[in-house]
Write a protein that binds this ligand. Structure first.
Ligand code: SF4
Ligand code: SF4
Length: 362
């Protein structure tokens, strides 16, 4: 995140749609002043959180101008966004690029801010680190025993050295084929000039993206905070995608339909490729991404080599972003240049938060 700056955009409020946890030390203020606004959030491990408007909109404290009514008492997680502290067998801060305030090039220096947040989170980190470290060590030893543990730094280095290839759908298609056919994947195999059926690849990308666009509960869909700061979701039902805008009260308003079959991967413009390259470098450096690859390997019963799972996951992620760019272009006319890819990343990065990983966000 070197060189990144972060600011909060007036009237955005998108992160106020994610019901923030209220830590024990923060409860007294809400209990005393707003007892009805403190609720038990459901989940595998229930926690105290701030209530949502009508149980489904944004946080109850977000006013009609989308400003916080309890700004000085907002929770730690409200203050922390768009930084995520990720604990594996060590600690790293990641930036959530679904926050539009990270794309303006203005605001505070992200590294300075991250250091402050980590210092303030010492207690939570110390409570989580031993357990997360143990989970990691358990994973390493099982993966080594199964003979599938390659060197992650060598794999990451190979991605860094080939970032441009990762913006080429043909290369990604060949990489996915290799991941399907071979236990261990060597990136050079995907550079060989073999033609890929673009329709089939487009369909594979569409299927991956559509998986995260279909949910029985609209509240589980990832929100795309658009350039006009509107909050949007896309709900896939069969081959139809419905675009809806979320109002401040949590109501969903129909905006349009699209036939998913007609949304194909489109060629990227050069400045779009550059934005995508930068994002691939970010994903490649994220420990939470590596953790999600480890999670997949464990889920698959330690059958896939790390090279196979890592390249496969990365290729799938990039194709997903390219397809989302085509989807946003259909509804918002954002194109396939720098603007269109930036918007697809803003949309996609919100979904990455939910990707299972063997570490923990604190
Ligand atoms: S998503 Fe970013 S810009 Fe929007 S309200 Fe949250 S911190 Fe501010
Ligand atoms: S407390 Fe304020 S900053 Fe936090 S989610 Fe609610 S409205 Fe947003």
């Amino acid at each position: 995140m070197t060189g990144k700056k972060a600011e909060c955009l007036d009237g955005c409020g998108m992160c106020c749609l994610c019901q923030p946890e209220v830590l024990p030390a923060e409860r007294a203020f809400f209990k005393k002043n707003h007892p009805r606004c403190l609720v038990r959030a459901k989940g595998p491990e229930p926690y105290f959180a701030l209530a949502l408007k009508n149980d489904r909109g944004s946080c109850v404290f977000l006013n009609d101008e989308r400003r916080c009514r309890v700004y000085d008492h907002r929770t730690t997680y409200c203050k922390q966004f768009p930084y995520h502290i990720y604990v594996s067998d060590h600690v790293k801060v990641e930036l959530d690029l679904s926050c539009r305030g990270l794309w303006t090039g203005k605001g505070v220096d992200a590294i300075t801010e991250a250091k402050v947040l980590v210092a303030n989170a010492q207690e939570r980190i110390e409570a989580t680190l031993p357990e997360a470290t143990e989970v990691y060590h358990e994973f390493y030893s099982e993966a080594r025993e199964a003979g599938i543990m390659s060197d992650p730094s060598a794999i990451r280095m190979s991605v860094s050295e080939n970032l441009s290839s990762f913006t080429d759908p043909m290369f990604l298609g060949r990489l996915l084929d290799l991941a399907e056919m071979e236990a261990q994947v060597d990136i050079s195999g995907a550079k060989k000039d073999r033609k890929i059926d673009m329709d089939e690849l487009s369909e594979a990308a569409r299927e991956t993206a559509m998986d995260s666009l279909s949910s029985e509960d609209l509240l589980n869909l990832a929100v795309y905070g658009a350039e006009d700061l509107s909050w949007n979701v896309f709900n896939a039902d069969g081959n139809t995608i419905e675009w809806m805008e979320i109002g401040n009260d949590g109501e969903f308003h129909h905006k349009g339909f699209a036939d998913a079959d007609k949304i194909k991967l489109q060629p990227l413009e050069d400045d779009g490729k550059k934005v995508l390259r930068d994002y691939i470098a970010v994903l490649n450096g994220r420990d939470s991404f590596l953790g999600s690859v480890y999670y997949l390997m464990a889920e698959n019963g330690y059958e896939d080599d790390l090279s196979n799972a890592y390249y496969g996951s990365l290729a799938t992620a990039v194709l997903d972003i390219m397809w989302r760019a085509s989807l946003l272009d259909k509804f918002f006319g954002t194109g396939m240049g720098a603007r269109g890819i930036r918007e697809a990343i803003i949309f996609y990065d919100m979904d990455r938060l939910d990707a299972p990983t063997i570490g923990a966000f604190v």
